[in-house]
Write a protein that binds this ligand. Structure first.
Ligand code: AR6
Length: 176
C-alpha cells in the first residue's frame, strides 16, 4: 500500500524491520538505549555489537526523543533509536509523546541527509499503546511532517503482526 504526498511516498508493509533496505530504520527503544526485547532486541541481534557500543556513548534518551547510530551489519546505514511512551491511560501526555517520537526521528533523518526511513509500530508492543490510536497518531504525524518539510522521499511503516498491520491500514486509508 502506497500514497504519495508531494515528493514523499508513504508505504505500509507487513514484515521485519531488520530486513529493510531504507537508509535508516527506527528502533522502538527505551530510555537507557541499552537494548531490550521486541524490535529493539531484533535490531541489536541483526546489527551486531557495534550498535550497542555506540548507544553506550549516547547517555540515554528522553521519552518522545530519538538519537542516531550507524547500522552495524544491517542493510540500513543508520538506526534512529526513538523512545515511545509507556501507555497508562492516555491522559499522561502519551499522544503528544508518541507524535514527538515520529517527528524527532524525521528531523534527525533530515539533519543527516537521510531520504528513506522505515518505522515500526512504536509503543505498540511492550509499552501497550492501543494500536488503533497509535496507528492514527503515527500516520497523521508523518503525513503532516512530509507535507511541511522537503527532503524525505520514502517513509515505510513495517508492521510485524496482523492486528497491527490492519490497524495501520485502516488509519492509512482514512488519510486524505
Ligand atoms: N520488525 C518490525 N516490528 C516488530 C519486530 C520486527 N522485527 N519485532 C517486533 N515488532 P516493542 P514498544 C513489533 O515491544 O512497545 C523493548 O524491550 C511488535 O509486534 O518492540 O515501543 C525496548 O527495549 C509491536 O507491534 O516496542 C523497550 O523497553 C511493535 O514492534 C520496549 O520494548 C513494537 O513493540 C519498547 O516497547
Amino acid at each position: 500500500m502506497r500514497k504519495q504526498i508531494g515528493d514523499c511516498a508513504i508505504e505500509l508493509i507487513q514484515g521485519d524491520i531488520t530486513q529493510q533496505d531504507t537508509e535508516a530504520i527506527v528502533n522502538a527503544a527505551n530510555k537507557t538505549l541499552l537494548g531490550g526485547g521486541g524490535v529493539d532486541g531484533a535490531i541489536h541481534r541483526a546489527g551486531g555489537p557495534a550498535i550497542l557500543e555506540e548507544c553506550r556513548k549516547l547517555g540515554g534518551c528522553e521519552t518522545g526523543d530519538a538519537k542516531i547510530t550507524t547500522g552495524g551489519n544491517l542493510k540500513a546505514k543508520w538506526v534512529i533509536h526513538a523512545v515511545g511512551p509507556v501507555y497508562r491511560d492516555g491522559k499522561h501526555g502519551e499522544p503528544e509523546l508518541l507524535a514527538s517520537c515520529y517527528r524527532r526521528s524525521l528531523e534527525i533523518a533530515l539533519e543527516n541527509g537521510i531520504k528513506s526511513i522505515a518505522f515500526p509500530a512504536i509503543s505498540c508492543g511492550a509499552y501497550r499503546y492501543p494500536v488503533e490510536e497509535a496507528a492514527q497518531i503515527a500516520i497523521s504525524t508523518v503525513a503532516d511532517f512530509v507535507r511541511n518539510r522537503d527532503g524525505i522521499q520514502l517513509v515505510r511503516f513495517v508492521l510485524f503482526d496482523n492486528k497491527t498491520f490492519y490497524a495501520y491500514t485502516a488509519a492509512f486509508e482514512a488519510l486524505e
